[in-house]
Write a protein that binds this ligand. Structure first.
Ligand SMILES: NC(=O)c1ccc[n+]([C@@H]2O[C@H](COP(=O)([O-])OP(=O)(O)OC[C@H]3O[C@@H](n4cnc5c(N)ncnc54)[C@H](O)[C@@H]3O)[C@@H](O)[C@H]2O)c1
Length: 460
């Protein structure tokens, strides 16, 4: 039975996996090339920001240590998870140079190890990368043979930033791509002791697992885009309401309700790039993957379309508050975030933009620099705003009341992308409340006229 595991790469995902594995009784050696991450973990602190991680590591610090030395980890554990960055290149493919560097160090360590060791790649890669890009590095630097002297799996995680601990310990399933039976069985035995919910391991070839990981993310983005398209349709149909429609179609078991809440496009470090990368490999292999390209293009039009729609309704030089700068609530990550896009686009159009986010203040500050102010507090952000854009359904925004938005002003316009503000906003005399995905106010009247026109034409 395996009790000693290493985690190579102590970032947002790896750092959390180290804490979770220790919490399930494993002795964990964490490895990173960053002295800061290693020091943090050795001091009993989270090496990367993630909700609840500091506490989890504190509680389990007797079973965790960190090192800069890959060899120390490989010689003293029986299985390693490798979770290093795989950034996108200019073609949209994932590069494997960080993983190659880690595999070289692991290979050199395997050369000195007598016992069998299983290497598990967790980073997101394109089909073929594990077997044809990285395995040869392990065999070259170890001088050993995969399947005989060591094992190899590709096994990604399905987690969302902000809930990595819960997601890691309660997965729907474990995706295990195995080089051979022994590699897969070894990882499955570890997984069965990690899951709090008795999740099963779905075992398959390495290439099928590589494709399955990307397909999950890509399929979810299709669902999000579908909901955004429904929201756009609902805004043009009298009484249209995307929540009513999504609640209904979500009851169909073939569809399901999750990720069907129209509002804004998808962002963050995974969804956009995974979709693009799958399209890249599709094109490279000569497969027909136009859905992926259309989806990506559609998603990228959502924020610009909104800016075009909003601009004519704003006074020249008006102050606009953007609430939500991270790509989602409970996150400090601003990569591909709609809030940041809106700040930059509106500032470029000459509006005074002031943003606020409960967690992503520092990151937003450096991204927005001369374009927009980032406020330290919600009241300061709302102080002068004639227009307020609520871009994420953060608990802090959900509990706003009209007085906190008005602050003595005659009137204010509020665009609620996720329809998360309380009902008291809907008919407030001093607030023009615009819920994305609903057909209300003047748009409602106009939509009646448009539809009347269609049916009058067809009965003439
Ligand atoms: N963050 C997510 O939500 C998420 C979700 C699913 C999959 N992934 C995938 O997981 C991988 C890692 O993502 P992340 O968000 O944790 O990245 P990250 O940038 O937060 O962390 C990566 C860590 O790896 C370290 N590192 C780099 N090279 C190393 C080496 N040779 N040896 C040891 N450590 C090394 C870095 O110093 C850093 O601490 C990526 O492939 C990503 O696509 C991430």
């Amino acid at each position: 039975m395996i009790n000693d595991v290493s985690v190579i790469g102590l970032g947002k995902l790896g750092g959390t996996m180290a804490g979770c594995l220790a919490s399930r009784g494993f002795n964990v050696i964490g490895v990173d090339v960053s002295q800061k991450a290693v020091n943090s973990l050795n001091a009993g602190h989270a090496p990367a920001q993630e909700s609840g991680l500091d506490e989890l590591i504190q509680q389990n610090k007797q079973r965790i240590r960190a090192t800069l030395d890959h060899e120390d980890a490989i010689l003293n554990t029986d299985l390693s998870f490798v979770i290093v960055p795989t950034p996108s290149d200019e073609r949209g493919a994932f590069t494997i140079q960080y993983a190659a560097y880690a595999f070289e160090a692991i290979g050199k360590a395997l050369a000195k190890r007598e016992k069998y060791h299983t290497v598990v790649l967790t980073s997101t890669v394109l089909p073929g990368a594990t077997r044809y890009g990285l395995l040869p590095i392990l065999e070259k630097f170890s001088g050993k043979q995969c399947g005989k002297d060591f094992g190899l799996c590709y096994s990604p995680e399905f987690i969302a930033l902000g809930t990595v601990i819960r997601d890691f310990l309660n997965p729907d399933f474990y995706l295990v791509g195995e080089f051979d039976e022994r590699s897969g069985a070894t990882l499955e035995s570890v997984n069965s002791r990690v899951a709090l919910n008795q999740a099963h391991s779905k075992r398959m070839s390495i290439e099928n697992a590589e494709l399955a990981k990307l397909s999950v993310n890509s399929f979810v983005t299709l669902k999000i885009s579908y909901a955004n398209m429904l929201a756009d349709l609902c805004e043009r149909i009298p009484g249209g309401d995307v929540d009513v429609v999504s609640d209904a179609i979500g009851l169909d078991k073939r569809i399901g309700r999750r990720y069907l809440t129209g509002g804004f496009g998808y962002g963050g470090p995974c969804f956009p790039r995974d979709n693009v990368a799958l399209n890249f490999i599709g094109n490279y292999l000569g497969a027909s993957t136009p859905l992926l390209e259309v989806n990506d293009n559609y998603n990228r039009t959502i924020s610009p379309r909104f800016v075009d729609k909003l601009t004519p309704h704003l006074r020249k030089g008006a102050t606009v508050a953007v609430l939500g700068l991270a790509y989602k609530p409970l996150s400090h990550v601003i990569e591909e975030s709609a809030g940041i896009y809106l700040c930059l686009a509106l500032s470029n159009k000459g509006f005074r933009v002031i943003g606020f986010d409960p967690l992503a203040r520092e990151e937003a500050n450096s991204a927005l620099k001369m374009h927009a102010l980032v406020s330290d507090s919600l009241p300061a952000c709302l102080q002068d705003a004639e227009c307020i854009l609520v871009t994420t359904p953060d608990e802090m925004f959900k509990s706003l009341n009209p007085e906190e938005c008005l602050l003595g002003k005659e009137s204010v316009t509020i665009v609620d992308f996720w329809r998360c503000l309380p009902e008291v906003f809907h008919d407030h005399p001093k607030i023009q409340y615009i819920p994305v995905g609903r057909c209300t106010g003047n748009a409602g009247m106009a939509s009646i006229e448009t539809l009347r026109g269609l049916w009058a034409e067809s009965t003439d």
